[in-house]
Design a protein around this ligand. Structure first.
Ligand SMILES: [Zn+2]
Length: 181
C-alpha cells in the first residue's frame, strides 16, 4: 500500500498511515524509522532521514491513535493529554546573537521530528476544537478518514479516484442488473 494524502489535514493524513481500519487487522505503514522519515518528508516536514529513531515511530503512532480516537469517537481525557503533550514538546524557536548578527539557533537532529509531530498535534487541536466535520470514507472496504470541507458537507469518499468511482461503477452495475432482470 502507498501513502495517501487525501485527509485534507496533516493530522488526518497521519491517522491514515494505518490503512484499512475497518479490518480487525489494519495495515501498518509506519513500519520503521525510514518509513516515518519518508512520510514526514512527503507530508512537507523537513526531517533528516537518519535523525528518525524507533522511539519517534512509537511516539508518532501513539499520537496518531490518540488523534484518531479524539476525532472519531467520544473524547477521552487520556487522549487529550497525549495530543497536548505532543503539541507542547517541540523546542521553542530561539535567536542567537553571533558577533552582532542574529541567527536562528539550529535544531538538534532529534528535535526535527518533535517539531514535525508538534505541528501535527497542533493541527489536531485546531481540528478537534472546530466544528469541522471528520468523516470515514463511505466505501465499506476503505476506512480512510478525511475532513469534509465540501460546501454542503456532503463528501462521501476519501477520494473520487480511489473509492468514489468504484462505488459509482458498482451502483451503475447494480442498476443495469436490475433492468436486465
Ligand atoms: Zn476511501
Amino acid at each position: 500500500m502507498d501513502w495517501v494524502f487525501d485527509g485534507g489535514r496533516p493530522c488526518l493524513d497521519l491517522v491514515n498511515t494505518l490503512r484499512s481500519r475497518h479490518l480487525a487487522e489494519p495495515v501498518e505503514l509506519l513500519t520503521s524509522p525510514e518509513a516515518l522519515a519518508e512520510w514526514l518528508g512527503l507530508a512537507g516536514f523537513v526531517v533528516g532521514r537518519k535523525s528518525v529513531t524507533s522511539g519517534n515511530v512509537t511516539a508518532a503512532k501513539t499520537l496518531r491513535e490518540a488523534v484518531n480516537r479524539l476525532l472519531t469517537s467520544p473524547p477521552r481525557a487520556a487522549d487529550v493529554l497525549i495530543v497536548n503533550k505532543a503539541a507542547a514538546s517541540p523546542p521553542p524557536a530561539r535567536l542567537r546573537l553571533d558577533g552582532g548578527v542574529l541567527r536562528r539557533e539550529a535544531l538538534a537532529p532529534s528535535d526535527w521530528v518533535a517539531t514535525a509531530l508538534g505541528a501535527i498535534a497542533s493541527d489536531a487541536v485546531d481540528l478537534a476544537a472546530s466544528d469541522a466535520l471528520v468523516r470515514i470514507c463511505a466505501a465499506g472496504d476503505c476506512g480512510l478518514r478525511f475532513h469534509d470541507a465540501s460546501p454542503r458537507r456532503t463528501r462521501q469518499w476519501c477520494s473520487m479516484s480511489r473509492c468514489g468511482n468504484r462505488a459509482k461503477a458498482r451502483a451503475h452495475y447494480a442498476r443495469a442488473q436490475g433492468r436486465n432482470r
